[in-house]
Design a protein around this ligand. Structure first.
Ligand code: ATP
Length: 232
């Protein structure tokens, strides 16, 4: 029996006040397992990014709970939650969140520095991951000098450098051409997914859906269906 990595239980989220009040997540429950690549799909505004933020310990829900590897993450205090996320979760955000003043290599090294690696060790490990995403020759450039697709690849390298148990990606291929997107997703599936890791991906990109183990289909804040993917 596969081990549950993330358990979302009756999650609710509201935004705004009065007329602008939006019910962004309505009673959303599902389990994500170690060893699977779980995709979240649905129309714009259906709550995908909100769900990703709640299950990864970034955005506090208004109701329900989220267990990550058995830990009720929204019951942790801020310091415990930060430490838990650092130890367990890697993120790739839709808009990259790269540090503009650091080089590409330094950006990838940051999670290791936070884990108290020596600076030279962190840089050398980071270089391996830049090579994996095909950007070794961009190591000394700052993010502003990179294309959108290259920045996305740096963000992916930074998310996987510390080998997190849970890897969360928001639209990871949105700014990549089809071939690069598939190459990176195949790489993640082959080299990054393992029996001890769970990968959750929000995507609009139909070209990569065949790599899903299962697909959560969101609509209007609700979980409409859970489908078995082609790669299960
Ligand atoms: N910070 C916020 N403040 C107010 N409303 C928000 C906020 N974030 C999201 N919403 C609203 O919550 C709903 C769900 O938004 P969310 O970004 O999760 O959807 P999404 O499915 O990820 O959309 P997209 O595919 O366009 O990224 C939308 O109606 C959105 O307008």
């Amino acid at each position: 029996m596969a081990h549950v990595a993330i358990s979302a239980q009756r999650v609710e989220k509201w935004f705004g006040e009065g007329e602008a009040r939006t019910h962004a997540l309505r009673d959303v429950s599902f389990d994500a397992y170690f060893g699977e690549m779980l995709f979240i799909v649905g129309p714009s505004g259906s709550g995908k990014t909100t769900l990703l933020s709640v299950i990864s310990g970034i955005l506090r829900p208004d109701g329900g709970r989220v267990l990550m590897d058995g830990v009720d993450v929204w019951n942790l205090d801020d310091d415990e939650l930060a430490a838990f996320r650092l130890a367990k979760v890697g993120f790739v955000f839709q808009d990259y969140h790269l540090f503009p003043r650091l080089t590409t290599l330094e950006n990838v090294a940051i999670p290791l520095v936070l884990r108290r690696y020596r600076w030279d060790e962190a840089l050398s490990e980071a270089r391996k991951y830049l090579r994996i995403v095909g950007l070794e020759n961009r190591a000394q450039l700052h993010p502003v000098k990179l294309s959108g697709g290259e920045q996305q690849r740096v963000a992916i390298a930074r998310a996987i450098v510390s080998q997190p148990d849970i890897l969360i990606l928001d639209e990871p291929t949105a700014s990549l051409d089809g071939e690069t997107g598939r190459t990176i997703m195949s790489f993640i599936r082959k080299e990054i997914l393992s029996e001890r890791r769970c990968i959750v991906i929000v995507t609009h990109d139909a070209r990569i859906l065949d790599m899903a183990s299962r697909i959560l289909d969101m609509e209007d804040g609700r979980l409409k269906a859970i489908e078995i993917g082609a790669a299960q």
